[in-house]
Design a protein around this ligand. Sequence first.
Ligand SMILES: C[S@@+](CC[C@H](N)C(=O)[O-])C[C@H]1O[C@@H](n2cnc3c(N)ncnc32)[C@H](O)[C@@H]1O
Length: 353
Amino acid sequence: MLDPLLPLAPVLDPILDPLTIRATRAVQRVLRGPPFRAEHARSRERALAEVLERYRPEAEPLGPGVRARDRAAILHFESIVERAILDLRGHAERQAAVTRFERAAHAIDRVVYKNTPEWLDDPSFDVRLRVRSLDRLDRMNEGIGAYDAFFAAIEPAIERARAAGVERPTVVDLASGHAMFAVALALRFGGREGRVRVIATDLAPEYLEIGRAHARKLALRDDAISFVKQDALDLSNLGAVDVVTCTQTIHHFPPGMVSRLFAEASTVARHGAVLVDGERNPFAVVLITGIAAALGRGSVPFLHDAFVSMRRMYTEQELALLAELAPRKEGEPRRTIERGWLSPGHIFVRSVS
Ligand SMILES: C[S@@+](CC[C@H](N)C(=O)[O-])C[C@H]1O[C@@H](n2cnc3c(N)ncnc32)[C@H](O)[C@@H]1O
């Protein structure tokens, strides 16, 4: 049995969840983010600059073919992006690490990084355990304040739309999964009051159904949030929208795919496309695994996926590389990209149109 205490969840959750969430927040008040992150980021920035210079000339000419969905161009582009990120993560960061601290941080990261699939990635994974893991993930997000970080990354794009005179910006959320975040997004930015319209999308309609039921329970109307099946890698059917968001998803995608997703999203988003996810960091792996053990209460899938996902997250510089290399159509100007790190441990890239 992979989750022996699951039958007791209706009794244990209401008692233990608030306590665990309170304890998590108390830890966070002391630890606002992973120690030494900024110090390590300095050598990573130097490595990023070098890698961009090396790979941009190779990747750029393929842009128009990739955006025209030419299969050979996509394969070639993805292989270049894969090489670029391997170079950044390995050789370039090693070369850029000059102090003893930077060298040690790089060596630790080489041990931390591992890209293995999560059990939730397996479509045949048991539905009950899947729903339980998603529920635990929601509680974890509540505990660590992840949604606040996502809102902070997305707000400037929504504000830009409003400043441009759009009274009710349309926000398309890509790969929404069970759409708990998309619903929170609609509530946070005034969906109920007619100040934003959110379209939650995913390839899997059965996930969106969970979100639809949740929105109904909250009496959110269809003009505040709707649920639509959509491939995040082909947004050509969308026409122009105001803002595109994608949260907690990119670590599931290979680098070339993230780069293409950012290209698609920033082309259709008039006021900005925002990708946001956790950042790989040794302290975060330990902390998140600990919180997952406490909130999962014996759920092996949740513990497994929390540990595995933290090891495969991108770093801010890796995500920046993917955004900078994102393919452009013929004549499309180079994008202006904003990026950064947000407490407790998230990173974002945001296009500026
Ligand atoms: C980690 S979950 C989403 C998490 C969600 N965004 C959140 O913040 O709670 C990743 C989702 O990506 C979806 N997905 C995978 N490939 C996709 C694609 N090409 N287009 C759209 N959705 C995709 C999966 O169905 C899954 O629901």
